[in-house]
Design a binder for this molecule. Structure first.
Ligand code: UGA
Length: 431
């Protein structure tokens, strides 16, 4: 099938590459010409395991092309995916300007029947708006369908998530659109959930908010564990084996970050309020998330007494492992706070130093390894759970540190073993 993708961010580029991998002819367009030129030369705009290989293979096979306008995308694809950003506004609402602009371009270019599928994360009722805009701005009276197919990929495992998803959701309002989308997904093994457009839109916000709620639940539980002397990992393991609960997304730590959860939770809260429901449960998820980092910072202060003038090794800067993405990274927020308290920070991350540098500039010393960051430091802070950190030679780390203090915001190490080795070790929700 001929498929067009408008927007080559994380969602768009991976959507395009995976549909090509599944045998479709794909055209990806973007207003960012620099990005398109780079993609034409097979240079990836962000770090994502396996992406380059996928793009190279499908570009060479002629199934994946980059470049052109939104009008070209409409002319090319029988299905046109909208994958543009919906960034947060100050009041929590998602900014829908890009979606609206693209919808107008689509309207102006429509010549034949097209299925316009929104894949960006959007508030419920966006589909109605997109349909209204296309109807209003269309130059010709052409039949079209609007659909919603939210994306559930996680950064760092995006290719696998997209090629083998737990489920595929699409919201449609005509049998014709359903037929086209079923055909497009015919060689995916996942169960397909077909809904109305509003329900599909809500599935995305509801899923991300629910996952955030699980994380905040684990973090609130960690607070009770710290106060009572219980171990949060043992508690969540015991809970997670209950199939109704599930073990995933119950890791306590310094809270969730990234370009999705914080934005989507706020957008879901905002659209619910606009519709007339005060989603207090979601508001509390946000507060608990902020508390998690505050509790970690309190531990740093307890262990160091005076932060000002101390040298701290920050292990990890990206919002999670296997990505160079530092957007809304709690690790970055913690580093900023420590700097504002007067600490000197020596930071290391296996992939995110270039992206972190864009945010932190010269305020920290960037290091070549975890051991290098630890050199002469008064404490090491584990902020992102890269496997590389879990595999560290702890004796070597101890030798590098000026003081054997490890504050682990991701529960990477065994507390008993750390103490046995002579570390002053504190983690989250564990004695
Ligand atoms: C998230 C969702 O998991 C995807 O399904 C969704 O498609 C995506 O948002 C999106 O809306 O685009 P992502 O932001 O890539 O994916 O990252 P996650 O793996 O979900 O992690 C989010 C944050 O939660 C990270 O900061 C991570 O460290 C934190 N986390 C995760 C915890 O603190 N504890 C956990 O148990 C799990």
């Amino acid at each position: 099938m001929k498929v067009s993708v408008i927007g080559t961010g994380h969602v768009g580029l991976i959507t395009g590459a995976t549909f090509a991998e599944r045998g479709n002819d794909v055209l990806c367009v973007d207003v960012d010409r620099k990005r398109i030129r780079a993609l034409q030369k097979l240079a990836m705009p962000f770090h994502e395991p396996g992406l380059r290989e996928l793009v190279v293979r499908n570009s060479k096979a002629g199934r994946l092309r980059f470049g052109g306008t939104n009008a070209d995308a409409v002319a090319f694809g029988q299905v046109v995916f909208i994958c543009v950003p919906t960034p947060p506004q100050a009041d929590g609402h998602a900014d829908m300007t890009f979606v609206e602009n693209v919808s107008r371009d689509i309207a102006a270019a429509l010549q034949d029947y097209r299925v316009i599928v929104d894949k960006s994360t959007v508030p419920v009722l966006t589909g109605e708006r997109v349909k209204m805009v296309i109807t209003r701005y269309a130059r010709k009276n052409v039949a079209f369908d609007v659909a919603s197919s939210p994306e559930f990929l996680r950064e760092g495992s995006a290719i696998e998530d997209t090629l083998n998803p737990d489920r595929v959701v699409f919201g449609v309002e005509s049998a014709r659109a359903e037929k086209v989308l079923r055909e497009l997904y015919h060689n995916f093994k996942a169960p397909i959930v077909v809904t109305d457009i509003k329900s599909a839109e809500l599935i995305k916000h509801a899923s991300n908010s629910f996952l955030s709620m699980k994380i905040s639940y684990a973090n609130a539980l960690a607070a009770v564990c710290e106060l009572s002397g219980a171990d949060v990992q043992q508690v969540t393991r015991g809970m997670g084996l209950d199939r109704r609960i599930g073990a995933a997304f119950l890791s306590a730590g310094i809270g969730y970050g990234g370009s999705c959860f914080p934005k989507d939770v706020s957008a879901f809260e905002a659209i619910s309020r606009e519709l007339g429901y005060d989603f207090r449960l979601i508001s509390e998820v946000k507060s608990v998330n902020v508390e998690a980092r505050e509790r970690f910072l309190k531990k740093v202060q307890e262990e160091l007494w005076i932060v000002k003038g101390k040298t701290l090794a920050a292990l990890g800067l990206s919002f999670k492992p296997n990505t160079d993405d530092c957007r809304e990274s709690v690790a970055i927020e913690i580093v900023k706070r420590l700097l504002s308290m007067g600490a000197r920070v020596r930071a290391y991350d296996p992939a995110a130093i270039p992206t972190a540098r864009e945010i932190l500039g010269k305020s920290v010393t960037y290091c070549r390894s975890a051991y290098d960051a630890a050199r002469g430091a008064d404490a090491a802070l584990v902020l992102t759970e890269w496997k590389e950190f879990a595999d560290l030679d702890l004796a070597k780390l101890k030798r590098a540190l000026a003081q054997p203090v490890v504050l682990d915001g991701r529960n990477l190490f065994d507390p008993a073993k750390m103490r046995e080795m002579g570390f002053i070790y504190r983690s989250v929700g564990r004695p």
